[in-house]
Design a protein around this ligand. Structure first.
Ligand code: NAP
Length: 267
């Protein structure tokens, strides 16, 4: 057990809103002390306030930019300073960018890789050894339905999520038979600030694809994790698509995705 009161600790990244906030609620309902991290301190404090008032949860908000290795060092030092060990790590922080790869800012796309790929890997490798030493706990990595296919007009984002799926499935296999669970969550479209940050408003994907709520998705992820599912695809139609995708000819799939993500102001 990993906090001073003997309760297990869950560390949730991207907990200042969206899916991460709702995953933090799930962890609190399961009796975890919850470390909330993201860049926005005011938003983390808002989530912590809600969790204290409505769920009587113990929360520890710590602001960090997980695309920056030095900031991850600081986060780990702060946990150490407070005498906290992480039993469950939820790597949820991430963002996407919609548009032609050469039209979108190069540095921002590299930063997306820093967060979605490098940061997630660094966090996993830092916190797994403690779980292995106790033969308990686990990691939830949030990928996307995008992980199952290349994504024209969201090329870097889809590729980062393919990495998360591959990395997580391989780790889950390495840890199979141990007490440590590793799972990867692959949601379809979820109603959060993600689309706005990705500049997806007005694209076909936001107009035509049904979205799930962050609550529904978080509940499906948390339940799947407890049930030791390795790959969690919330929503039946998303789950079916994740299975069907390998039977759809690549050219047809590319045309479909390209249409869904085509920038509204022309290609
Ligand atoms: N919404 C969807 O349709 C959808 C679909 C599939 C997968 N996903 C995945 O689900 C995850 C959560 O996304 P969401 O939909 O909940 O979007 P969101 O509402 O935009 O939340 C993203 C979270 O990540 C945090 N974050 C962003 N950059 C960060 C950084 N550099 N360092 C630390 N934290 C950072 C944000 O907080 P700050 O801005 O305060 O840092 C926020 O808490 C992402 O990995 C996303 O790729 C989303």
């Amino acid at each position: 057990m990993a906090d001073h009161d003997g309760r297990p600790v869950a560390l949730i990244t991207g907990a200042s809103g969206g899916i991460g906030e709702k995953l933090a609620y799930e962890a609190a309902r399961s009796g975890y002390t919850v470390v909330l991290t993201a860049r926005s301190e005011p938003e983390l404090n808002r989530v912590a306030g809600v969790m204290t008032t409505k769920l009587a949860a113990t929360t520890i908000p710590i602001a960090a930019d997980l695309s920056d290795p030095a900031s991850i060092d600081d986060l780990q030092s702060e946990l150490k300073r407070r005498g906290l060990q992480v039993d469950v790590l939820v790597n949820n922080a991430g963002f996407g960018m919609n548009g032609a790869a050469t039209d979108i800012d190069r540095r921002q796309q590299a930063n997306m890789i820093d967060l979605n790929v490098r940061g997630l890997t660094d966090m996993t490798l830092r916190f797994l050894p403690y779980m292995q030493s106790r033969d308990a706990g686990g990691v939830i990595n949030v990928a996307s339905l995008a992980a199952f296919m290349p994504g024209p007009y969201m090329a870097v984002y889809y590729a980062t999520k393919a990495y998360v799926l591959s990395f997580s499935r391989a780790l889950a296999s390495e840890l199979e038979g141990s007490g440590v669970k590793v799972c990867v969550a692959c949601p379809g479209v979820v109603d959060t600030r993600f689309q706005e940050r990705a500049k997806m408003q007005g694209t076909m994907v936001t107009k035509t694809t049904p979205s799930m709520s962050a609550e529904e998705v978080a509940e499906a992820i948390w339940t799947g994790f407890q049930a030791k599912n390795q790959v969690i695809v919330p929503g039946i139609s998303n789950w079916m698509l994740s299975k069907l995708v390998k039977f759809i000819p690549g050219g047809i799939m590319m045309k479909m995705i390209k249409r869904l993500h085509a920038p509204v102001d022309g290609e």
